[in-house]
Design a binder for this molecule. Structure first.
Ligand SMILES: Cc1cc2nc3c(=O)[nH]c(=O)nc-3n(C[C@H](O)[C@H](O)[C@H](O)COP(=O)(O)OP(=O)(O)OC[C@H]3O[C@@H](n4cnc5c(N)ncnc54)[C@H](O)[C@@H]3O)c2cc1C
Length: 411
C-alpha cells in the first residue's frame, strides 16, 4: 500500500494523517479540503474568535505549515472532490484533475442545517460550521445591535455568550421545553438557562419561527414566533444541528443512514474508511458523534487498522463548552432511558465557590458526570466510568469525602 488519500482536513482528517505517521506508515498521504488555507480548529469559532475583536483565525490553526512539510503530508486545500471512481480508485477535483489512492478515508464532516423556508439571497442570516462562516458572522455581529439565535444547543448557547460579551442584545429560541434537550441533564439545562438570563439573554422555550420578516433591502428585520411575538434583529443565526456530508459515500455505493455506516475499525467498504462527524458507528456509541473526542478517537482506530497496529480500547466520551467565564466538562454519555426506566442524578458542590458537578447513574451504573468549573470532579468521574468502578450516590453526596483520595483508594 503506497497512497492514502484523506478527504477532509479538519479534526478527524488531520488526526488520522498524524496517527498514520506515528504508526509507521511511510507512503504518500494526501489531505484534501475544499476550504482554502491552513485548516483551523472549530471549537474556538463560537468562543474566543467571536468574542474578541482582535483575535484572528491564525491563532487557531490545527497545525502550522511546517508540520505538514516535516511529516511529508501533502496538504491540498481550496479543492472540492466532486466525484470518485471506485473501479479505478481515483477521485476527481473540481476543474477535472485526478488523483489515485490505495486507501481512501472519508473525513468529510458535516454542514450546518438551515431551514428550507429561509430565503437564500439574504445577507444577514448566518450559520456557524467553519472558518468562512465564522469570519462572516463576526463581521456581521460587529456592526449589529440585536441578534436572534435559533437553537438552544451548545453552538447556540456559546454564540449567545460571545455576542453578549461584545454588547449585542440576544434573543434565543428553542423548540424544546428546555435548553440542551438532547445532551445534558435537566439540572444543567436549568442552570444554564439561569446563567444566560442573568447575563441578559431572553430565552424563548417551546417556540419556533412562524415567519421571517424581510425588509425591502433584502435583509431580515424581525422574526415572528408561533406565540405571535415579534423579535427584531440585525443578525439571525441558526444553530439547529448539522447534516453529515454523505454525497461522496452515496456515490461510492456505501451503506449510508444518518452518516456513513462503519464497523468497529471505522471501515465503510473495501479500502474505504469513514471517520469523525460523518461516521455512523454501530459499535458502543451506536450513533453519529459530533465532537473533537470522537474525531480523534475514530482517526486513531482507522490509522491503527490500516497499519495493522493494535486497536486502541474504547475511551470514555468527553466534551467541553465555554460560556461566559464558565467551563462545563462532560465525561460519559447520558443515555435515553427506556420507558419505565430513569436516570438517577446527584449534585455535588465543588471546592471553588459556584462550582458543582452532576453525577448520573443509569441502571445503577455511573454513566455521565457534568462538571461546572470543577475539573477535579470531571477527572475523577471520568476515571471511575473508564475503569467501570461502582460508586454509590450516597458517597458522591457526602461532602466530607475527598474525591481524589477516594479515587486513589478505589484504584
Ligand atoms: C463552532 C463550533 C464549536 C464547536 N465546539 C466544540 C467543543 O467545544 N467541543 C467539542 O468536542 N466539539 C466541538 N465542536 C464539534 C467539532 O468541531 C466537530 O465534531 C469536529 O470538527 C468534527 O471534525 P471532522 O473532521 O469530522 O469534520 P469537520 O470539522 O466538519 O471537517 C470536515 C471537512 O471536510 C471538508 N470536506 C467535506 N466534503 C469535501 C469534499 N467533497 N471535498 C473536499 N473537502 C471536503 C470540509 O470542508 C471540512 O473542512 C464544535 C463545532 C463547531 C462548528
Amino acid at each position: 500500500m503506497k497512497k492514502i488519500v484523506i478527504i477532509g482536513a479538519s479534526h478527524a482528517g488531520i488526526s488520522c494523517a498524524e496517527k498514520l505517521r506515528r504508526y509507521g506508515f511511510d507512503g504518500r498521504i494526501t489531505l484534501i479540503d475544499r476550504i482554502p488555507g491552513l485548516p483551523v480548529q472549530r471549537p474556538p469559532l463560537s468562543k474566543d474568535f467571536l468574542k474578541y475583536k482582535n483575535v484572528e483565525l491564525h491563532s487557531f490553526y490545527l497545525r502550522q505549515k511546517e508540520y505538514y512539510e516535516r511529516e511529508k503530508i501533502e496538504l491540498v486545500t481550496g479543492k472540492d472532490v466532486v466525484a470518485i471512481n471506485r473501479e479505478s480508485n481515483s477521485m476527481i477535483f473540481e476543474g477535472d484533475s485526478e488523483i489515485n489512492y490505495d486507501v481512501l478515508i472519508l473525513a468529510t464532516g458535516a454542514d450546518a442545517k438551515i431551514p428550507d423556508y429561509v430565503r437564500k439571497d439574504i445577507s444577514n442570516i448566518y450559520v456557524l460550521r467553519d472558518n468562512e462562516d465564522a469570519v462572516r458572522l463576526k463581521e456581521g455581529a460587529l456592526i449589529a445591535n440585536k441578534a436572534v439565535i435559533v437553537g438552544g444547543g451548545f453552538i447556540g448557547l456559546e454564540v449567545a455568550s460571545s455576542l453578549r460579551s461584545i454588547g449585542l442584545s440576544v434573543d434565543l429560541i428553542e423548540f424544546a421545553p428546555r435548553l440542551l434537550p438532547r445532551v445534558s441533564s435537566q439540572y444543567i439545562s436549568d442552570y444554564l438557562q439561569l446563567v444566560h438570563q442573568k447575563e441578559g439573554v431572553s430565552i424563548h422555550l417551546s417556540q419556533s419561527i412562524e415567519e421571517v420578516i424581510y425588509s425591502k433591502f433584502n435583509k431580515v428585520e424581525a422574526v415572528k414566533l408561533c406565540s405571535g411575538k415579534i423579535l427584531r434583529c440585525d443578525v439571525l443565526i441558526y444553530g439547529i444541528g448539522v447534516s453529515p456530508n454523505i454525497k461522496l459515500a452515496n456515490d461510492l455505493g456505501l451503506s449510508v443512514a444518518d452518516g456513513v455506516e462503519v464497523d468497529s475499525s471505522y471501515l465503510a467498504g473495501k479500502n474505504i474508511y469513514a471517520i469523525g462527524d460523518v461516521a455512523y458507528s454501530s459499535g458502543e456509541f451506536n450513533s453519529r458523534i459530533e465532537s473533537v473526542f470522537h474525531a480523534q478517537f475514530s482517526a486513531t482506530v482507522a490509522a491503527a487498522s490500516i497499519t495493522n497496529s493494535p486497536l486502541p480500547s474504547q475511551p470514555v466520551f468527553w466534551f467541553w463548552s465555554d460560556q461566559y467565564d464558565l467551563k462545563l466538562q462532560i465525561a460519559g454519555i447520558l443515555p435515553k432511558p427506556k420507558k419505565d426506566e430513569f436516570l438517577r442524578g446527584e449534585v455535588r458542590e465543588g471546592k471553588k465557590e459556584g462550582s458543582f458537578s452532576v453525577w448520573n447513574w443509569y441502571q445503577n451504573k455511573l454513566v455521565c458526570v457534568e462538571a461546572v468549573e470543577d475539573s477535579q470532579a470531571y477527572m475523577v468521574g471520568k476515571r471511575l466510568i473508564e475503569q467501570n468502578i461502582p460508586i454509590s450516590p450516597a458517597i458522591i453526596k457526602d461532602r466530607s469525602v475527598d474525591l481524589k483520595e477516594m479515587l486513589k483508594n478505589l484504584l
